[in-house]
Every structure is written in structure tokens, then in C-alpha cells.
Write a protein that binds this ligand. Structure first.
Ligand code: AMP
Length: 283
């Protein structure tokens, strides 16, 4: 496996492989890899001839007061993990390599969630994500790209972007990987102290309770939402949002769910200073 830091070198490595008819899979990450990322890499290795894992902490998707500076960085360990799963390349460009002229003047902006859910609380976040993902698609020329449902809004927006802008790439969704406790794996879990980590279980527990209620026939949106909120509040979490939305367009449901509803509950909450997101589908 090769670690490549320049765009030209990655293109020089991948273009001949593509010309030979090899399929290229891309797994975009911000590093500090864990088994959630591992699941994406595994899927790519299974489907594609060549797997590229990008490790890039993208500054333009972070707000001024967010955790860009303290985000965990460990490229060597990331490369080892990626290699152990069968990745062929780790692409780890510097910020100067990706944005040589400073902040880009051309951005890919979504109109769907700019002011909703994470979009409302992290202005400019999705725009930063879609811009860097577009760059990675164009740089790698990948045929397939893998995204986790942990970031449900993100994968929704990327699928839509690919359709809207005719990127010639197939997007694959990978289910959320959780600890045995239920906590969704996240690089940000490393910020949690022991107590916060226990309290943070209230997110997945609340979501599980909502799913159980739904499976028993509960269709009142307020009730499903409230059981998640109560679980988090009872464990000293601060709820940013909990919303019961349609899987198809991520629009909110109100009142009672229609009989054929395909639902996902989206959550963002703070434990101490750490902001966590999670979700669960109800089918
Ligand atoms: P990140 O490095 O946090 O930007 O994540 C890179 C990719 O890994 C994104 O597509 C995430 O959705 C995915 N991912 C992160 N955590 C998990 C998880 N626990 N389960 C599945 N996918 C995940």
C-alpha cells in the first residue's frame, strides 16, 4: 500500500489502472480511522479492484469555533489500518495541496439542508463537505465511493449532488457501526471522558426505545421524538435537535406518520463539549 500526498502523484498512479479497466473505489475520511471507516474500506475492497482511502481534515467544512484544531490526527496508524483491510492507496494531501489559493472561490452548495438540522447549526458545513467530496471525485476518477449512514444527511446530499451534477460515480451507503454498548463509532468519541461516554449511550438507547415503540405500532411523531429527547436530557446531554423525518427527502413529519412511512430519526446532542450525531431508520 502506498501513501500519496500530491494530487499529481495520485492521478499518475490511478490513471494507468483505470485505463487497464480496473475499477476504483474511494473512501473519503477525515482520519483517526476506526472500525466504522473500516466497514467502508471493506466494502470498497470487496467491490473494486483498487481502493483509495482519502485522509483529509477539510478546514472549509469546520466553523470558526468548532474542533478543527483538536481533531485527532494519526496518519501512520490510519495507513496501517487501511492497509490491513486491503486498501491500495491512502491519499493524504495537505491543506495547501487541496486549496493552493486559499479558500476556494467556487463551491458546491446544497439548497436542501443548508438551513436544516446540521446545516442550521453548522453554517457552511455541508457546502464544505460537498466541495471537498467533488474535488476528491474529480482527483481520483473513482467509479465507486463509500459513505456511512452515520452521517445520514451527508450521504443524502452526496447522492443528490451526484444526480444533480452528473458525476459518473456510484455511491454506496454503509450501515452505522456501533460499539457493543450501542454508541455509534466516531472519531469524536475520543473527546468524551468516562462519565460522558456513559451518558452518551442515552442517544442510541433513546433511538432504540423509539424503534421499539414504532415496531409496537406507535405512529405519533411527538411521542417518538420525545422519547429520544427525554433519554438524552435524563443523562445530562444537551439536545441540539431530534427530528423525525422522511428517508426520501429528509423533510419533517408532523402529527401521525402515514402507514407506509419510511422514517429516520436524526439526532445531534452535546455531552460536555462534544457534539455527537446519530440516527435510526424505522421501516
Ligand atoms: P469522517 O472521517 O468522520 O468524516 O467519516 C468518514 C466516513 O466514514 C463518512 O462517510 C462517515 O459516515 C463514515 N463513518 C464514520 N463513522 C461511522 C460509523 N460508526 N459507521 C459507519 N460509517 C461511519
Amino acid at each position: 500500500m502506498q501513501v500519496i500526498k500530491s494530487i499529481d502523484a495520485l492521478r499518475a498512479a490511478l490513471k494507468p489502472l483505470a485505463r487497464q479497466g480496473k475499477t476504483i473505489g474511494l473512501v473519503p475520511t477525515m482520519g483517526a480511522l476506526h472500525d466504522g471507516h473500516g466497514a467502508l474500506i471493506k466494502e470498497s475492497v470487496k467491490d473494486c479492484d483498487v481502493t483509495v482511502v482519502s485522509v483529509f481534515l477539510n478546514p472549509i467544512q469546520f466553523g470558526k469555533n468548532e474542533d478543527l484544531d483538536k481533531y485527532p490526527k494519526r496518519l501512520e496508524a490510519d495507513a496501517k489500518l487501511a492497509e490491513s483491510i486491503g486498501a491500495d492507496f491512502v491519499f493524504a494531501p495537505s491543506v495547501a495541496e487541496m486549496y493552493p489559493e486559499g479558500d476556494p472561490l467556487t463551491l458546491v452548495r446544497d439548497e436542501a439542508l443548508e438551513c436544516m438540522y446540521c446545516g442550521a447549526y453548522r453554517p457552511g458545513h455541508f457546502r464544505g463537505v460537498l466541495t471537498v467530496v467533488s474535488k476528491l471525485f474529480l482527483i481520483s476518477g473513482a467509479d465507486h465511493a463509500y459513505f456511512g449512514e452515520k452521517d445520514y444527511q451527508q450521504v443524502f446530499l452526496i447522492e443528490r449532488m451526484v444526480r444533480d451534477l452528473n458525476f459518473d460515480i456510484k455511491i454506496h451507503r454503509v450501515k452505522i457501526v456501533r460499539e457493543a454498548s450501542g454508541l455509534a463509532l466516531s472519531s469524536r468519541n475520543e473527546y468524551l471522558n468516562e462519565l460522558e461516554r456513559k451518558q452518551a449511550l442515552s442517544i442510541s438507547e433513546g433511538l432504540k426505545t423509539a424503534k421499539d415503540l414504532f415496531e409496537k405500532g406507535e405512529r405519533r411523531v411527538a411521542l417518538l421524538r420525545d422519547c429520544v429527547i427525554k433519554s438524552i436530557l435524563a443523562n445530562r446531554g444537551q439536545v441540539q435537535y431530534v427530528e423525525v423525518v422522511n428517508q426520501k427527502d429528509l423533510q419533517k413529519f408532523a402529527g401521525a406518520l402515514p402507514a407506509d412511512a419510511k422514517v429516520v430519526i436524526l439526532v445531534a446532542a452535546f455531552f460536555g463539549k462534544t457534539r455527537l450525531i446519530d440516527n435510526i431508520e424505522l421501516n
